[in-house]
Design a protein around this ligand. Structure first.
Ligand code: GLN
Length: 196
């Protein structure tokens, strides 16, 4: 059976995720309306601007149906801005910034300030194997607190958490869709396999 994965396509880097998913043989579909979530095996919330994506998600009444998809056990992955939306708490967020609030993590939204607002680094990600993952950070957030049920998947050298999993939920502070390395996408599809 072909896996069907939605990519929230309100704003940001959604096309890049679709390309990788299609290369992996996945039926990738753009989601802009609640009814487009029906029958999905998983959902990716891409990087972009979390306040914009959040506002549009409220406007198109997508927050509740996405929460329902996650609660039904379908994997949901938030990358960068998407990770901010996944969080229960954003410590330096815009007041009333809409969040999905799915993961027991707290985020610092503009964690790296202006000078180093974009950088690339090789991360040790044990769940992906021994070869480091080349991670692209663009005005990236970081995870400053993880709850008890959250597994830390990767840290920067200074200890800052930049990837985490909570059951069927995945969060990365960086942009795996901007590299040729598709191991995070395959890891996510593995979560989709677990939920069916
Ligand atoms: N800093 C951005 C935000 O708050 C996220 C940047 C990104 O997704 N590359 O939404």
């Amino acid at each position: 059976m072909v896996v069907r994965v939605g990519v929230l396509a309100l704003q940001g880097a959604f096309i890049e995720h679709e390309k990788i998913l299609r290369r992996l043989g996945v039926d990738a579909t753009e989601v802009r309306l609640p009814e487009e979530l029906a029958g999905l095996d998983g959902l990716i919330i891409p990087g972009g601007e979390s306040t914009t994506i959040g506002k549009l998600a409220v406007k198109w009444r997508l927050l509740e149906p996405i929460r329902a998809l996650a609660k039904a056990g379908r994997p949901v992955w938030g990358a960068c801005a998407g990770m901010i939306l996944m969080a229960q708490k954003v410590t330096d967020g815009v007041p009333d910034q809409p969040l999905l609030g799915l993961m027991d993590i707290a985020i610092v939204r503009n964690a790296f300030g202006r000078q180093v607002d974009s950088f690339e680094t090789d991360l040790d990600v044990p769940v992906l194997g021994k070869i480091p993952f080349h991670a692209v950070f663009i005005r990236a957030p970081l995870i400053e607190r993880v709850g008890a049920g959250v597994e830390v998947l990767a840290r920067l050298e200074d200890g800052a958490v930049v990837a985490a999993r909570q059951g069927n939920l995945l969060a990365t502070a960086f942009h795996p869709e901007l590299t040729e390395d598709d191991r995070f996408h395959r890891y996510f599809l593995g979560l989709a396999g677990e939920s069916t």
